[in-house]
Design a protein around this ligand. Structure first.
Ligand code: SAM
Length: 332
């Protein structure tokens, strides 16, 4: 490859983090993400093969990417995920390789994923109440998530982070219970503000629970202080419990955007690069790879795409337009 310069944009940001969606399919139907029925999945032939994903990842690693996160959809529903993990892990010793999952398949897969070289696991869980879980996820599978978390811990993943989305009318009162549970269990809970990326377009500002409110609820019982020395490009703002019993985070994409430090790009399961969750433009690397592009040509296309990375999302502007793809088809 000729141009192995880091992937830099017009704002001086450098891409270090590649999110790879391995499938748009999911085994839950969370109300803030998908409709109950009628999702149209990507045709199988459109999905990048594991070889194509690994090739693309290798080019990215040559261009300075240091971390890869597998996501979806639900990444564990794609067949033989540990095979991909092994392929990616072989690309670079010590690669920061992680997954975001709903945890349902971790009982069966945690050990294989660890053995294949996965380093870190984030599990999504929005409530501690099994009935509410059923309402939110539209599947009665709460206990499988808890068992999946335990399996991840048993095989040695640490730290384990838990992502929660709070919505008014569903689980807005769960900031404190989830934080307390995270402290007790040793999980780092991070609350994600609901973003306008749902397929049904039901998002509204009134229904999201802002980070400030979440932190106030938690701090009323467990005093918090900002965690020092955290990575500014990480989406979560972290707070340490003053009694030293762990940390809690907020990903305040709507009320406190952190685009100025964003170092991420996303590869969709069908091989499109998105330089922002809210991009209205995608760059087609599937056709480039299948059309015979060399590594150098892939790198040149990537440089050109990243150069045009959006300075920031427009959620808080009157010009905001929700992208056509929902979160599960982008890779959250
Ligand atoms: N299926 C996996 C999971 O559940 O973690 C990975 C994909 S999921 C899209 C990744 C994360 O995005 C989950 O924590 C989920 O709760 C969150 N999420 C989905 N839709 C969202 C939205 N519109 N706003 C904020 N977070 C969202």
């Amino acid at each position: 490859m000729t141009n192995i310069q880091p992937l830099t944009d017009t704002q001086g940001r450098v891409v270090r983090d590649l999110r790879i969606s391995v499938t748009d399919r999911c085994n839950l139907r969370c109300v803030y993400c998908m409709p109950a029925e009628g999702m149209a999945w990507l045709p199988k032939d459109d999905l990048l093969t594991y070889e194509e994903i690994a090739r693309f990842a290798r080019v990215c690693l040559d261009l300075g990417v240091t971390g890869i996160r597998l996501t979806g959809g639900e990444p564990t529903v794609r067949a033989d995920l540990p095979v991909l993990v092994r392929m990616l892990n072989a690309l670079k010793p010590g690669l920061d390789l992680s997954i975001t999952t709903n945890g349902l398949k971790l009982v069966a897969m945690a050990e294989d994923l660890r053995d294949a070289g996965l380093k870190r696991v984030n599990v999504s869980l929005d409530t501690l109440d099994p009935k509410r879980f059923h309402q939110i996820a539209r599947r009665d599978r709460f206990h499988e998530v808890i068992a999946g978390l335990e399996a991840a811990r048993r095989v040695g993943f640490a730290p384990i982070k838990v992502n929660a989305v709070l919505m008014r009318g569903f689980n807005e009162d769960e900031a404190l219970p989830l934080a307390r549970w995270g402290r007790d269990q040793g999980y780092e809970v991070r609350f994600i503000e609901w973003m306008p990326l749902d397929f049904q377009h039901t998002w509204s500002r009134e229904k999201l629970v802002p980070a400030a409110e979440i932190l106030a609820q938690i701090a009323a019982e467990f005093p918090l202080e900002p965690t020092r020395g955290t990575d500014p490009s990480a989406p979560a703002t972290l707070y340490s419990y003053q009694d030293g019993r762990g940390r809690v985070g907020v990903i305040a994409s709507v009320t406190r955007p952190f685009c100025g430090h964003c170092d991420r790009i996303r590869l969709t399961a069908d091989g499109q690069i998105r330089t922002c969750l809210f991009s209205l433009k995608e760059y087609d690397f599937r056709n480039a790879m299948r059309g015979g592009a060399s590594d150098g040509e892939i790198a040149a296309l990537l440089h050109a795409a990243v150069w045009r990375k959006e300075p920031g999302h427009l959620i808080n502007s009157p010009f905001f337009k929700q992208p056509e793809r929902g979160m599960s088809a982008i890779g959250g």
